[in-house]
Design a binder for this molecule. Structure first.
Ligand code: N01
Length: 505
């Protein structure tokens, strides 16, 4: 027997939790959140590697409706962020509708009944859920990407991905290799360097690394943040606008980012004394083309006696070593791959079948990821995708984007209730127009012109991940549910009606 719910939310990270809290606020209490992990938190639950911390200030990287005066530092460490998400979930009173250890196996749109039929596997086996809306909050950086390296499966030592850290492995005194030099690796490397006997860092592309202007919030400051009316909002607003000032450098005129480039190169010069190493750590593309990283400890760690930065390409992995193309073999005990995530081909889309009987993955295989307003997709009625195509940011808080999308979802649900719509689906014309505009804007951004390859771009070189405008523009565009851009159908008045009626918006 199927369980019916009005809204089915997939994922209990920032996105899924935000949807749950806000739907409940609107009296939309008939929902379930399914989560394959054991707890809320999403990426902040999964990324427990040593040194994990946010590179966006916590005053901004948090829900606007759940301010936290107790952040210990401006860039909070992972355990604090995870504890924050857990606390918001507990205080919201929604946790009774969360089903953990529950994985979406398939979701199929039933066009006559105007609903999603969702098969899930969980602690009590396989069950069926039926819902009017399907809200995907599964995240854009949740499925680890393992590198395809010859022989890696035959490695006899310990091997794990940065997002699946194996805390049972003691790195003290070991020979360790880290493959990758992205946002995760630069946080991991300084921590591993402290304990490993030797560390090889395999760098394919040198990133830009700015100083991390972190600071601890003292007791008095935290008291003030708690008790002085408006102070926390003031902090948040100042950080928000400071971050927003980066946008023109990314999207309009890369020259505006020159001061940041100078700062990054000065950070390199300060952190690395050896000129030959410095040379190899100097990026060969424009700043901003890949994510700009922040660290005060990464460069000094690379300049340490027990670290070797390897820039020759990895050729293969043997039972106990990494071998580079120049034939050098470097023996290791532990191999950590900090090689990122599936970003432009999201695995969950393989499991979602729309109105025309094909999966979202199939639809996007031809055209690349594309949605209307980053949230809804033609052919997939009543599907709302949080952190969908072209909603990512290089400069600010994804929580701001998530809240904007959830506001749009709420407006859609209100509109559906008011007009008794059974389904809403964006038109192909509106979706094409939205994406044509995005791609036109994206062509002149540093992400396309900066001379790098990055996880922002798909196999066709199209940027299907980032938002190329200000975040306030995004919020404005999603502030109302623009029903004119949708095909809508009336809710089925009785179960005797064989087909849903067509109505015009
Ligand atoms: O992953 P990445 P990440 N052989 O894809 C290299 C967010 N985040 O986990 O640059 C050798 O950025 C690859 O090399 P190259 C943030 O949005 C946030 O670090 O492609 N190397 C690159 O160096 C971030 O952008 C925080 O040439 C290989 C690295 O692996 C996103 O997550 C913290 C390889 C992958 O870097 C992803 O970051 C951490 C191969 N076969 C992450 N394959 C915050 O603080 C890949 N690489 C909020």
């Amino acid at each position: 027997m199927a369980t019916h719910v009005k809204h089915l939310i997939v994922g209990a990270g920032f996105a899924g939790l935000c949807a749950a809290v806000k739907l409940q606020e609107d009296g939309e209490t008939d929902f379930l959140v399914i989560e394959k992990g054991a707890d809320v938190g999403g990426t902040w639950r999964d990324n427990t590697y040593p040194g994990a911390a946010c590179d966006v200030p916590s005053q901004l990287y948090s829900f606007s409706f759940a301010p936290n005066p107790d952040w210990s530092m401006s860039f909070s460490p992972q355990p604090e962020i995870q504890a924050y998400i857990r606390r918001v979930a507990e205080e919201s009173g929604t946790l009774d509708r969360f089903r953990f250890h529950t994985t979406l196996e398939s979701a199929t749109w039933e066009d006559e009944a105007l609903r999603w039929r969702v098969e899930v596997s969980g602690p009590s086996g396989r069950t069926t859920l039926v819902s009017t809306t399907l809200v995907l909050g599964a995240g854009g950086l949740s499925e680890p990407k393992l590198p395809e390296i010859d022989g890696i499966e035959g490695f006899q030592g310990e091997l794990f991905h940065s997002a699946r850290w194996d805390h049972d492995v003691d790195l003290a005194g070991k020979r360790v290799a880290v493959i990758g030099t992205g946002a995760s690796a630069i946080q991991i490397v300084p921590e591993v360097q402290k304990v490993a006997s030797h560390l090889d860092v395999y760098q394919r592309t040198a990133p830009y690394v700015l100083p991390r202007n972190d600071r601890t919030y003292g007791r008095l400051e935290r008291l003030a943040l708690r008790h002085v009316p408006g102070l926390q909002k003031l902090y948040r607003t100042a950080i928000y606008w400071g971050r927003e000032a980066y946008v023109p450098g990314f999207t309009l005129q890369p020259k505006l980012a020159l001061p940041a480039k100078k700062m990054a190169l000065a950070n390199l010069a300060k952190g690395v004394a050896d000129p030959e190493l410095r040379e190899r750590l100097t990026p060969d593309f424009e700043i901003g083309c890949k994510r700009i990283l922040i660290s005060n400890t990464y460069y000094p760690a690379l300049d340490s006696d027990n670290v070797e930065v390897v820039t020759d390409r990895v050729a293969k992995v043997t039972g106990n070593a990494v071998v580079t193309e120049d034939g050098v073999e470097r023996p290791i005990d532990v191999l950590i791959v900090a090689t990122g995530f599936f970003t432009t081909e999201l695995p969950i889309t393989e499991h979602i079948t729309g109105r025309e009987g094909r999966t979202l993955a199939d639809q996007w295989r031809e055209s690349g990821m594309a949605a209307y307003k980053g949230t809804t997709v033609p052919g997939f009625p009543n599907l709302f995708m949080l952190v969908g195509p072209n909603t990512g940011l290089g400069h600010s808080s994804m929580v701001f984007i998530i809240e904007s999308q959830v506001a749009y979802l709420r407006e859609a649900v209100r509109t559906m209730g008011l007009h008794r719509y059974g389904s809403v689906e964006p038109t192909r014309a509106a979706t094409q127009e939205w994406n044509a505009d995005l791609q036109r804007r994206l062509r002149r951004t540093v992400w396309s012109t900066g001379g790098c390859s990055s996880w922002y771009l798909d196999d066709h070189g199209r940027n299907t991940t980032l938002w190329p405008r200000s975040t306030f523009a995004f919020r404005g565009l999603l502030s109302q549910f623009d029903v004119a851009a949708y095909d809508v159908r009336a809710a089925r008045p009785t179960s005797r009606l064989p087909h849903a009626e067509e109505v015009t918006a």
